[in-house]
Write a protein that binds this ligand. Structure first.
Ligand code: NAI
Length: 251
């Protein structure tokens, strides 16, 4: 088919959901999808409070208090989407946490919380949204993995495993979702300065910075622009991919 006349606002008329949108990479994703024309539903935990409203206001979207690990999270989100918009076109599973510890001290609590937020929640929510018709046929799913899920990082066995799991999830889901014209892709950011990485001890941060083959990272905008590509009509036939976002020099 022919190229569209203009790529200005390629997401005009689309409805997008971004989890973990209150701050960091998620807030920038919300900004970029909104710039490209989408109405953005900005979701984050209730404790995100004012920061979440600020993101939603900034992008002219709506805010939704949603802990992605809550038992009813997927149903609440589906209901929100269906009652207000009749369906969503894009979901970006950006919400993520770290609970770092050396392997010997990695207790069940740290394993469970990280796996629940980073891996199981994206899977369950995508599944329920599709089942309930809240994610439209032809829709887009974008998951956020990490270089730590490709290369591994000391102190982050739980986190790296969850992010490697996200890649497995994308691989397994792509052929299934393709039957509905839905694409699923992931970004694997390198080191990005956010509240999440600011909290990491120096040695782990520096080890993380060296994980990517390019020894580099990027900024939140670099991750968001890659996600915007996966959300746009430019990537109609692109599914089942993991793109590393770690090529910007930090030195
Ligand atoms: P951040 O900690 O600054 O922001 C994460 C957001 O997710 C916060 O607003 C938080 O409230 C929200 N969140 C946490 N648990 C949630 C839950 N249960 N339900 C809903 N929202 C929840 O982190 P950052 O750096 O912006 O990370 C965003 C994503 O990018 C995460 O998935 C992270 O693992 C991933 N990532 C980050 C990298 C980095 O260097 N900053 C590198 C690679 C991946």
């Amino acid at each position: 088919s022919t190229a569209p006349a203009s790529w200005d606002r390629p997401l005009e008329g689309k409805v997008a959901v971004v989890t973990g949108a209150a701050r960091g990479i998620g807030a920038t994703i919300a900004e970029v999808l909104s710039r490209d024309g989408a109405h953005v539903i900005c979701a984050d935990i209730p404790q995100a409070g004012e920061a979440l409203s600020q993101t939603a206001n900034k992008v002219g979207g709506t805010s939704l208090a949603l802990d992605v690990t809550a038992a009813d999270a997927a149903d609440v989100l589906a209901e929100h989407i269906l009652s207000r918009h009749g369906g969503a076109d894009i979901i970006v599973h950006n919400a993520g946490i770290t609970r770092d510890k050396t392997l010997a001290n990695m207790d069940d609590g740290r394993w469970n919380s990280v796996i629940n937020v980073n891996l199981l929640a994206p899977q369950r929510i995508t599944d329920v949204l599709i089942e309930k018709g809240a994610l439209k046929d032809g829709g887009r799913v974008v998951d956020v993995s990490s270089i730590a899920g490709i290369a591994g990082n000391r102190g982050q066995t739980n986190y790296g495993t969850s992010k490697a799991g996200v890649i497995g999830l994308v691989n397994a889901s792509a052929p299934v979702l393709a039957k509905k014209g839905i694409t699923i892709n992931a970004v694997a950011p390198g080191f990005i300065e956010t509240a999440m990485t600011a909290a990491i001890p120096f040695a782990t941060r520096e080890a993380g910075r060296r994980l990517s083959s390019l020894l580099q990272g990027g900024e939140t905008i670099d991750v968001a622009e890659t996600i915007a590509y996966f959300a746009s009509p430019a990537s109609n036939a692109v599914t089942g991919n993991v793109v590393r976002v770690c090529g910007q020099s930090l030195l």
